[in-house]
Design a protein around this ligand. Structure first.
Ligand code: DUC
Ligand code: ZN
Ligand code: ZN
Ligand code: ZN
Length: 472
């Protein structure tokens, strides 16, 4: 049978191997990986390029309500265009349950926004903010059966925080339904205590966001979440780990045989709390939670990446405009760091930063890059073996990388809806030059060439990593 597309002359990189090979694609799937593939309707010359699984970013926020009069800078079209330009073929945003509302209705609302709007494939995690008896007893179990096999819970934020009993109740449902629970580990009371003390002292600039959420706040919550997960015997993913303190709790748990998984992000290996110290309100551009730490923390995170403490490297893309009353510079933000919306844009820059700081600087192998950027995301969240690798039978979700191309990250070359990037002027070596989703070219040389709406909402399986220890 005639192939639709052949990618010829490149170096195929997977989580396991790095070999010179051609890739043949038919009806959106990879049907042959061989020395030489011929006779395709279309051909791409990949000589000098690395042929890698398209990035899967399992942690992005799109069109999520973030407080009164605050608007996220991306809709599903701009966020997924930005993702494609950054070498991604799949993103996983969140469907946020607002308190007093049904989780099912939240999911339907987000699906309606994403339907027909995306350039890459998507699947939603859930955020549980109101674990009512109906949510715990009916909605969550039904949604997991419908393919929403992971959900996030928060240990802080007025509108999202769950108390310990609620965390335990949600964990118990995750165990029962074989879902993977993702936890935002920062303590509500510890942050409140710190923030109020700083405000009383008149310390209200964006920088004090970082001071109000020191590593001990994250470490305590990480330990508490791990303990709850152990009590319930449920696997857990600690998202956005920022430094050594939380990482050591996770390593301790892993060494005791607990199924505690961890995610980290570009901000924790490239930014520091000092970046929040800008003139006037400039520091607001770097306000995210947990905040970036210091150089020693960055070294600790690299250690955790190479030693396997972290399974996934995500962006936590959570974009707000800087120069906007609906974003970082909303009127209340000038009165206190507490009102600066938490989050930074990063879906487009995640992979160039990991490639450059990781592979080009010799900290990780190309195979490890693939594992951290795609394969493990697919495995963790029930997309494997359909997504996340290059092999016969996988969807043809592929990114072509020029491993030696030098680029400087600048707002003007990005495709997101934000009006700035925290990495303005950051130099990288290695750049994605083409993104292919299910055999279709969606990005070529920085231009979005795919059709809006080609991206599909994918139904996920159970995560192979979500089985309780007692059942293993
Ligand atoms: N947690 C996230 O995961 N993203 C943005 C803000 C936050 O607290
Ligand atoms: Zn099931
Ligand atoms: Zn979070
Ligand atoms: Zn997030």
């Amino acid at each position: 049978k005639r192939l639709d597309l052949a990618i010829r002359g490149g170096t195929v990189v997977t989580a396991a191997d790095m070999v010179r090979a051609d890739v043949g694609i038919s009806e959106g799937r990879i049907v042959v990986v061989a020395d030489a593939v011929e006779g395709a309707a279309d051909e791409i010359d990949a000589s000098g390029l690395w042929v890698m699984p398209g990035g899967i970013d399992s942690h992005v926020h799109i069109a999520q309500p973030s407080g009164p009069d605050i608007v996220m800078a991306d809709d599903f079209t701009s966020a997924t265009a930005s993702a494609a330009a950054g070498g991604n073929t799949f993103v996983m945003p969140f469907a946020l349950q607002e308190r007093g509302t049904s989780l099912r209705e939240a999911v339907e609302g987000y699906r309606a926004l994403a339907e027909g709007a995306c350039h890459v494939d998507t699947a939603f995690h859930l955020i549980v903010s109101d674990p009512s008896p109906a949510v715990l007893g009916q909605e969550l179990p039904a949604l997991v059966k419908d393919g929403y096999t992971s959900f996030k819970v928060f240990m802080t934020y007025d509108d999202l925080v769950l108390n310990d009993r609620q965390l335990l109740d949600v964990f118990a449902v995750a165990r029962e339904e074989r879902a993977l629970v993702m936890v935002h580990c920062e303590g509500y009371d510890t942050i409140k205590f710190m923030a109020e003390r700083l405000e009383r002292a008149g310390k209200v600039a964006p920088y004090y966001h970082a001071v109000s959420r020191p590593e001990i706040v994250e470490r305590e919550a990480t330990h508490r979440a791990i303990s709850h997960a152990e009590l319930v015997d449920v696997p857990m993913m600690v998202v956005h780990v920022s430094g050594r303190e939380a990482m050591e709790q996770i390593r301790w748990a892993q060494q005791r045989g607990l199924k505690v998984y961890a995610e980290t992000c570009p901000q924790y290996v490239t930014l520091t709390a000092d970046d929040l110290q800008g003139l006037n309100m400039e520091g607001a551009k770097y306000v995210c939670s947990p905040p970036p730490r210091d150089a020693e923390s960055q070294a600790a995170i690299w250690e955790g990446i190479t030693q396997g403490v972290f399974q996934v490297f995500s962006s936590d893309h959570c974009p707000f405009r800087y120069d906007s009353p609906a974003g970082k510079l909303n009127p209340k933000a000038r009165t206190s760091f507490r009102w600066v919306p938490n989050g930074i844009p990063g879906v487009e820059t995640r992979l160039p930063i990991l490639f450059s700081e990781g592979v080009s600087k010799g900290r990780i192998t190309p195979q490890k890059f693939v594992e951290l950027s795609a394969t493990n995301h697919a495995k963790m969240y029930g997309l494997y073996p359909r997504k996340g690798s290059i092999g016969v039978g996988f969807d043809a979700d592929i990114a072509l990388w020029d491993p030696s191309r030098r680029e400087t990250i600048r707002q003007e070359i990005l495709h997101h809806g934000a009006d700035y990037t925290p990495w303005e002027g950051f130099d990288v070596v290695g750049w994605p030059v083409m993104t292919i989703v299910r055999g279709r070219i969606v990005m070529r040389d920085g231009a979005i060439v795919g059709e809006r709406g080609f991206g599909e909402i994918v139904r996920r399986d159970h995560s192979a990593y979500a089985s309780p220890a007692a059942a293993a």
